[in-house]
Design a protein around this ligand. Structure first.
Ligand code: FAD
Length: 530
């Protein structure tokens, strides 16, 4: 049979994985990458950035980290080297067209409105229907249209379209006289440029997520250089602390081995996940979940107590209102690398935290509400670490507003098996549904998608797929409470893997022996041979 043409948009982690699996199934994929390099978000970020989770969870299933990387949470440079070595090992680079910005994609084929089966036939490659991809070569400023049989979108969620807060007229960026940038602009600076921008300035970082924390540390470090003597003389702290304005606290973890036990085993293993009500679990597992949920609850409470004992969260008014379970289910738990340094910076005052239910801007900075009192914080520079609008990015790439509507018609991108939209033909999406480790989740989703492409996984009809998406949606809504705005399966990643293994006809129990399968941590390497 003539091999079909597959195109992949993006050469970040997800795009590289998609490319590797398409090649392994005998396809000859073409990858379009806007930048001149691979790696996506990892290619350019702050030097302080490290992997947040232990590296055994963030590794390609069949390509482990080299022995030379000894730290549990590698640095950005180590990450880049690892990604490059993966691309070289699996000979992915010849498939990638760099400096190739996909301007739009349009489907040329029958309407999906009346279909009972995905693509009309339930097969990945129906007799009719192609995607036209309009690609601009940013080096030559020329545009070319490519026609392919199947398209995999790997354009990332944490890049390109900044999510900026909306302020009332006259109380936002329109009146602020300082400089305002998004965290991505700061991360793109080299060290000298960052120092030039920040040195001697009053900096306010908005948002205390992972990048907010990294940026606050970076700014505090720049303005603390040469301050040791002054600090000894003056107890009030540095002249230019970095102030972080944020709304909610989320759980912060100081280490991945609470009480000496790997957290991955304690919360994310198959046994603890038995205590969670999961989609597609059936009557028996639902009963087990009810019986074991008190065990899981107790584990989570123990972990909360351990965290409060080991990190001074209470001292800095950083204990979250919601439980750890809710933050874990929505992917908002954050690991603080070198927590002693971070809390030391709070103690010295080089980082100041300002929690406020609401904030606005004025000419010279921010108006906030602190302990029910209105107050103002001056800023020369405001850095918005308020995330990205990844859904808009996917939505906008479709020429057809109909497909764009399918994508945005939910607080999250609702996809079957987190990969395909039942009414968007011949297209897969990777990198939008997240987990504890996005590399691991993208690879598991890609293994499943590759099996669909080779025809070894047969899909249910559109109606059943839609019902299934709803069921997984209900789980996410219930588990993540107020924070149900994106697809995140962190707490039940092992269950998702079990489900897709069953789809692919492989045994989900990847380890030897009941004890290992129940209590040991599962990670990417357990699925190396799929
Ligand atoms: C600083 C930082 C630290 C992180 N740390 C962790 C961590 O510890 N653990 C974790 O699990 N996750 C972490 N993440 C999340 C991270 O986003 C994922 O781990 C992963 O790297 C995302 O890969 P991706 O391929 O899905 O997206 P991206 O890395 O965003 O790659 C998408 C690629 O698509 C390209 N592209 C986009 N649009 C187009 C277009 N129109 N045409 C052509 N090309 C296009 C982009 O240029 C980019 O190269 C971190 C993210 C950041 C920013």
């Amino acid at each position: 049979m003539e091999k079909k043409q597959i195109a992949i948009i993006g050469a970040g982690i997800a795009g590289l994985i998609a490319c590797k699996y398409c090649i392994s199934k005998g396809f000859n994929p073409i990858v379009f990458e806007f930048e001149s390099r691979i790696g996506g978000v990892w290619a350019k970020t702050l030097k302080e950035t490290r992997l947040q989770i232990p590296k055994t969870m963030y590794q390609f299933s069949d390509y482990p980290w080299p022995a030379s990387v000894t730290d549990d949470t590698p640095t950005q440079q180590e990450m880049i080297d690892y990604i490059h070595s993966y691309a070289k090992h699996f000979q992915l680079l010849p498939h990638i067209n760099f400096c190739s910005k996909v301007k739009s994609i349009s489907y040329d084929g029958p309407s999906s409105d009346s279909w009972v089966l995905w693509n009309g036939t339930g097969e990945p490659f129906p007799p009719q229907g192609m995607w036209n991809i309009t690609v601009e070569n940013t080096k030559t400023a020329t545009t070319q249209v490519y026609t392919v049989d199947f398209l995999i979108l790997c354009i990332g969620r944490n890049k390109d379209v900044p999510n900026l807060p909306k302020f009332p007229q006259g109380k936002g960026l329109d009146v602020f006289q300082g400089k305002a940038i998004h965290s991505s602009e700061y991360s793109a600076l080299d060290n000298d440029a960052a120092e030039q921008l920040i040195k001697g300035k009053k900096v306010v970082v908005v948002g205390l997520g992972k990048s907010g924390l990294d940026i606050a540390r970076s700014c505090a470090e720049i303005n603390a250089q040469g301050m040791v003597l002054i600090l000894i003389l003056d107890e009030s702290g540095p002249e230019h602390p970095c102030t972080v304005v944020y709304r909610h606290d989320h759980w912060k973890l100081g280490d991945w081995y609470p009480m000496g036990i790997p957290l991955i085993n304690l919360i994310f293993g198959r046994f603890p996940v038995l205590g969670v009500h999961k989609p597609e679990q059936g009557f028996l597992l639902s009963l087990v979940a009810t019986l074991l949920s008190p065990v899981r609850w107790t584990l989570l409470k123990l972990l909360e107590s351990h965290t409060k004992m080991t990190l001074p969260l209470a001292k800095y008014n950083m204990v979250p209102e919601q439980g750890l379970g809710e933050d874990m289910a929505s992917g908002l738990v954050m690991h603080v690398p070198d927590p002693d340094d971070f809390f030391d910076a709070l103690k010295k005052g080089s980082i100041k935290l300002k929690k406020t239910p609401t904030y606005n801007m004025y000419e010279k900075g921010f108006s906030i509400v602190e302990q029910e009192e209105k107050t103002r914080i001056e800023a020369d520079i405001a850095i918005f670490s308020t995330g990205f609008n990844g859904v808009e990015k996917v939505k906008d790439i479709f020429e057809s507003p109909k497909f764009g509507h399918f994508i945005s018609d939910s607080p999250r991108v609702g996809l079957y098996r987190e990969c395909i939209h039942p009414r968007i033909p011949q297209l897969g999406i990777l990198g939008f549904s997240d987990g504890l480790s996005s590399l691991y989740t993208s690879e598991m989703r890609c293994k499943w998608l590759a099996a669909v492409l080779e025809g070894s996984v047969k899909l249910p009809n559109i109606n059943e797929m839609q019902k299934n998406i709803k069921e997984w949606d209900e789980y996410m809504k219930q588990a993540s409470g107020h924070n149900h705005y994106r697809s995140f399966l962190g707490s039940i990643e092992i269950w998702y893997s079990d489900v897709v293994c069953k789809d692919m006809g492989v045994n989900p129990m990847r380890k030897k022996g009941l004890f290992a399968n129940m209590f040991e941590a599962y990670g990417p390497s357990d699925y190396a041979d799929i």
